[in-house]
Structure formats: C-alpha cells, structure tokens
Design a protein around this ligand. Structure first.
Ligand SMILES: Cc1cc2nc3c(=O)[nH]c(=O)nc-3n(C[C@H](O)[C@H](O)[C@H](O)COP(=O)(O)O)c2cc1C
Length: 334
C-alpha cells in the first residue's frame, strides 16, 4: 500500500464522511464554498475521460482544484480502459489526491455508451478499467457503484470483489438499483452484506439528508463512512451536521442571515466562474434548495425562474424573512 493510500484510508476511517460527485452541482464554485466547511474529502462532478483527453475546455474548467486541507478527488466516467488510464494520468499530473470511477450513473446518454451503471453488467470490463487505472497512477482508486443494474440483477457482491482485486481501495455503494434511480427505500442490508464480505472500507450512500440519517445508515450497515447525495445541494452545513451527529457534538442549524450570506457568496462564485448569465442560470436550480423550508416555496421557485442578474438574486433574498421562527417568501413585497 502506498503512503497516499494509507493516508487516504486513515482519513476516511477517522472522519467517516465523504462528499459526493453531483453533476451540475459540485462544480468549482460550490467546491469553493464547501471547502470553507472543512470537509475531509471533496470530489468533482463526473468527468468524461475522453473529453479530458481531448482537452475539452469545459471539462478542464470542471476539474479546477480548490485550495484547502481536504483530500481532493476527480470522478472519471468512461468505458474504455486505455482512455480511462490516460485520463487518470492527467489527473495525477494535475496533483489531485484520488480517483473515483463511476459505475452508478443511470442517465441514458451514459448507459447507452456502456458507461456508468451499465458496467455493473460487465464484470470483466469493470475489472479491466479499474486495473488499467490502478497500473497507470500512484493514487488511491475508489469505485462508486449501485447495488446492481436492476432488481433482478443485484451484482454488487461479486462486482465489489472484482474491482477490489483490480486495485480499488474503497467503494461507495449507493443502496439502490439502476432502474430505481432515486426511488426509496435504500437497501441497507445489501450494503451490510458487502461490508461484512470485503476488507476495504465501504462508504454507504443513498437517502442521507440529516445527521441522524447518517448515524442510522452507519449503524445499520457497519460501513466505514457515509456519503450524502441530494442532501448536499443548497446545504453545505450538512458537512458539520453529519460530523456533529457522528461524533456526538451539538449542531445548530444556520440562521436565515447566514443562509443568505452563503447563497450570495455561492452566486458570486458562479458568476465569476461561468460569467453572470450562465452563473445565474445555475443559481435558478440551487437557490430554492437553500430555502426549501420557507413557506411560499412554490412562489419562490416561480420567481427564481425569472432571475437573470446578480441584482435579481439580491432582490429575491431580500424577500425571504423570518417571523416566529418560520421563514417566509414575500412574493409581493416591493
Ligand atoms: C443532480 C445529481 C447529480 C449526480 N451526479 C453524479 C455524478 O456525477 N456521479 C455519481 O457517481 N453520482 C452522481 N449522482 C448520484 C449521487 O452522488 C448519489 O449517489 C445519489 O444522489 C444518492 O444519494 P441521495 O439519495 O442521498 O441523493 C448524482 C445525483 C444527483 C441527484
């Protein structure tokens, strides 16, 4: 085991928390925001290996490194072992700390190319990809899987052994099948079976939206760590919430003004990174998540779809108020 892998595993076992790749959300601007919450690990959105090899400008923009004390990874997507290995080498040369391989994405565009979760149907190719990446770089390699491609094919048990034999040092298991996409419930017993079978740390994923969820998933699976998913969108505080829950510390939810401040900072980062027009288009998807507990959320979502500039964001934030510990969006305020 290399020094980098030893440190990676130690950090994972000690902190028990890894942050997810979320396409369209864990981009450079949000990773910059997240870095201030001191997460032990940060990863990019999934990065298409071929696009990286072609030096696609948008792809290069997606893997910009964020300063901080976190261990920083890139998630690679692909189906061809040779290009995955070459892409991994580029990532190593860019000074990233680990590589995660996507075997869970269910988007049709991805599965039609034999990538993402469809690799769970092809054990040999899954092995070849991990092995090729393992041989190409001197970095820890993780794989992110579901429990299987469909409910009649729960392939996680044999597949996890294969990818570990190929060189993976930890696995994230999203406790749903591919056909279920994001429907509940999460199959915790299947994750637990894998935890008991394999020697590498397992990161349990799926349905973690609070610190209590994280505790419950760790307890029921015996996994080494947890990974939230959608719960991270518009909620960087989940980093502290999970940390506090797992280590029996008290956590207080952010006040409205703190939420507004971070949301505004996030808007600014998006505008710097993408330019104002594209940045605000991104923020349209994100702002309602920051304030999902507000009354009149329907009206808020409606108005957010009309935001075009930073000033529009400031106006909307100004219309969110607190009364009697409840947040309201005041749609008709002048
Ligand atoms: C908008 C969105 C984007 C995602 N992008 C990725 C991705 O790039 N790579 C990946 O492995 N999983 C991706 N996922 C899956 C999440 O990382 C996670 O496995 C999933 O959301 C399950 O956790 P949850 O039930 O807590 O949301 C994405 C999920 C969502 C909702």
């Amino acid at each position: 085991m290399t020094m980098k892998t030893t440190l990676f595993i130690k950090r994972l076992r000690e902190t028990k928390l890894m942050l997810p790749p979320l396409t369209g959300f864990t981009d450079y601007p949000y990773r910059t925001i997240l870095a201030d919450f001191d997460p032990p690990f940060l990863t990019t959105e999934m990065i298409n290996a071929r696009a990286l090899l072609q030096q696609n400008q948008r792809t290069l923009q997606m893997i910009r490194r964020v300063e901080g004390s976190h261990i920083q990874g890139v998630q690679l997507l692909g189906n061809d072992p040779t290009s995955m290995a070459k892409a991994a080498k580029i990532i190593e040369d860019l000074d990233f700390d680990y590589i995660d391989i996507n075997m869970g994405c269910t988007s049709r565009k991805v599965t039609s190319r034999g990538e993402g979760v469809s690799l769970m149907n092809d054990e040999q190719r899954a092995y070849d990809i991990v092995h090729a990446v393992f041989q190409a770089v001197n970095l820890p390699i993780t794989v992110k899987l579901r429990i299987g491609p469909s409910k009649n094919k729960i392939t996680i048990s044999s597949l996890s052994e294969k990818v570990i034999a190929a060189g993976a040092v930890a696995l994230t298991i999203h406790g749903r099948t591919g056909e279920k996409k994001f429907a509940s419930p999460i199959d915790l017993p299947t994750i637990k079976d894998v935890v008991q079978k394999v020697s590498v740390p397992i990161i349990a994923n799926g349905g973690i939206f609070t610190g209590d969820d994280a505790k419950n998933v760790l307890f029921k699976t015996g996994a080494a760590a947890v990974m939230p998913g959608r719960g991270l969108i518009g909620n960087p505080w989940i980093v502290s919430e999970i940390r506090c829950a797992l280590f029996e510390e008290s956590f207080s939810s952010p006040a409205l003004q703190e939420k507004k401040n971070i949301c505004l900072k996030h808007t600014q980062e998006l505008c710097i990174h993408y330019g104002e027009r594209r940045g605000i288009l991104h923020m349209r998807k994100i702002l309602p998540k920051y304030f999902s507990k507000a009354q009149n959320i329907k009206e808020l979502k409606h108005d957010v779809q009309r935001m075009a500039t930073k000033s529009d964001v400031i106006v909307i934030l100004g219309r969110i108020e607190e009364r009697d510990y409840q947040w309201y969006y005041l749609e008709n305020a002048q």
